[in-house]
Design a protein around this ligand. Structure first.
Ligand SMILES: Cc1cc2nc3c(=O)[nH]c(=O)nc-3n(C[C@H](O)[C@H](O)[C@H](O)COP(=O)(O)OP(=O)(O)OC[C@H]3O[C@@H](n4cnc5c(N)ncnc54)[C@H](O)[C@@H]3O)c2cc1C
Length: 482
């Protein structure tokens, strides 16, 4: 791991912690020395919801051990997380027992709080924290929480970029396209493709009498009156690090060998389906890539599918994160490249043969059976196949009054129903489909202008589309597709 340059704010970090603050994954958001009479180190777990293979936990353990203090992991279950509904909270809830168990193995306490007793500032005072460590999440609102926290609290605050392989600040600015990021990312990989050590905390934290922590197996949404409960939990995915590791094992053994051929076949178990786990941080990309590389070491014939998979989980995923981190307008038409913005504007008044309301789209009531099945897969199973996601978003552009309306509808539906929604991957994917982001100009045509088009006829011929429609419809009642 190379030593990064300490950012200016890190200059007052005490000498004993400087080597930790200099790690390129770490950003010192509030500088200074840990509180001298502090009683513990607190890791505020928000994005990286796992107890193992989490660089933010490792960093917190190192800091705690240097300071000879115990480590507490604090999880605040807020009732108004932007766009989250019962489906998302149920998946998150399923992950909490695994976090507690994995942290306990490392001698780390796990504390869950809910509103109204979940103020982070109050918690830091209550446990007399010496320093606060957090993780990173590039989307607007979570990033704002971190900025506000850094201003408000009175102890130092660092964040650790735990859910990417190469820390996103290494690239320093928005990367124009995959072909621009790819060689840069591959140059950095040897520095970061190393297993995390999962160190143990040396000092145990003992809760004071009557200390309040919400039981991890209880329903964290109990009593939340304003929560949108209309989007039900799904049976197709079970949340948690344990389930994520099982899925990874299944993927490496049974799916990886044909990934390069089957990834675009929506009727088969052809991709990792790890995106919900990655979104909630129940597993990190480093663990996945290392597992896939280990499989190639044993069986070199897996190198080709491994390369195809790594292009997705490394290049495209980290491009999406880079996009959201460095593009303030990541969820608006303002993020379109100038060529696409110009071209879409030239076609603003083209006649739309179909112009569906958001309600009709949501109910999957269009003239296009393949599109309806894709929508149904998302609504009933919480996950849509990648190939259909592209088609789905392109058709929303074709069937909406304007690109801005199309973007709004696509983001709304994607964030509402996908377990992996509300994620950089969604904002980047939708911007790719509707605004030509990361793509090149194609032939000019109605509505789309030079933005790449996908026709129902040719999409339907690239895989067994009738089989896909039957599969999705046949299992709709059970909510369990595979
Ligand atoms: C319109 C549209 C909407 C999308 N919405 C989301 C979303 O809300 N959340 C989300 O995580 N991804 C989204 N994607 C990207 C991609 O479709 C999903 O990540 C992928 O289908 C998840 O399935 P998987 O885990 O089996 O992927 P695999 O093929 O197994 O890939 C492994 C991992 O790589 C990452 N990945 C794969 N493809 C992409 C991609 N094109 N862009 C960025 N990362 C990628 C994901 O983290 C994925 O889990 C969207 C793409 C489009 C075109």
């Amino acid at each position: 791991m190379p030593l990064g340059t300490l950012n200016a704010e890190a200059e007052t970090v005490p000498a004993s912690l400087q080597h930790l603050a200099a790690n390129p994954r770490v950003t010192v958001r509030r500088n200074g020395a840990p509180k001298a009479d502090g009683a513990c180190v607190v890791y505020w777990m928000q994005r990286a919801e796992r107890g193992l293979n989490n660089a933010a936990v490792d960093c917190s353990v190192h800091v705690a051990n240097v300071l000879e203090l115990p480590l507490l992991v604090y999880f605040s279950a807020i009732s108004n997380f932007p766009g989250a509904n019962l489906r998302h909270y149920a998946f998150l809830n399923q992950g909490l027992p695994d976090i507690e168990a994995d942290l306990a193995e490392r001698n780390i306490a796990f504390v869950v709080r809910r509103p109204p007793g979940n103020s982070l500032e109050n918690f830091l005072d209550e446990v007399n924290a010496a320093i606060l460590i957090g993780d990173e999440s590039p989307c607007r609102e979570p990033e704002r929480w971190r900025t506000v926290t850094a201003r408000r609290i009175r102890v130092p605050f660092w964040t650790v970029d735990a859910d990417v392989v190469v820390p996103s600040k290494v690239f320093g600015k928005a990367q124009y396209a995959a072909h621009v990021l790819r060689p840069r990312l591959h140059r950095e990989l040897p520095n970061y493709l190393h297993a995390l050590q999962n160190p143990r905390a040396e000092h145990e934290w003992k809760p004071p009498k009557n200390f309040d922590s919400y039981p991890v197996t209880s329903d964290i949404t109990a009593g939340w009156k304003k929560l949108d409960r209309s989007v039900k939990p799904v049976e197709s995915f079970t949340g948690g690090s344990q389930a994520a590791r099982e899925r990874l094992e299944h993927f490496v053994q049974h799916v990886l060998p044909t990934y390069d051929r089957n990834r675009n076949q929506p009727t088969v178990d052809g991709s990792s389906r790890l995106s919900p786990y990655l979104h909630f941080g129940h597993i990190g990309p480093l663990e996945i890539v290392l597992a896939v590389n280990a499989a190639v070491s044993k069986n070199p014939s897996l190198a080709k599918p491994r390369d195809a998979f790594c292009d997705e989980i490394l290049v495209w995923r980290e491009l999406a994160i880079n996009f959201v981190k460095y593009t303030p307008a990541y969820d608006s038409v303002d993020c379109a490249e100038p060529w696409a913005a110009r071209s879409l504007a030239e076609h603003a008044h083209d006649r739309r043969e179909w112009n569906y309301t958001r309600d009709r789209l949501e109910r999957g009531e269009t003239h296009d059976e393949l599109w309806n099945a894709a929508q149904l897969q998302m609504v009933n199973y919480g996950w849509m196949h990648n190939y259909l996601r592209m088609y789905w978003a392109k058709k929303i552009l074709e069937w909406s009054a304007s690109p801005a309306t199309a973007l709004e509808h696509a983001i709304f539906l994607n964030d509402r129903y996908e377990l992996d929604g509300r994620d950089p991957g969604g904002y980047a994917g939708i911007a790719w489909a509707i605004l030509g982001k990361f793509d090149r100009p194609w032939f000019d045509r109605p509505i789309f202008g030079k933005v790449r088009y996908m026709s129902g006829g040719s999409t339907g011929k690239k895989f067994d589309s009738q089989g896909y429609i039957r599969l999705v419809r046949a299992n709709a009642d059970s909510g369990k597709l595979w």
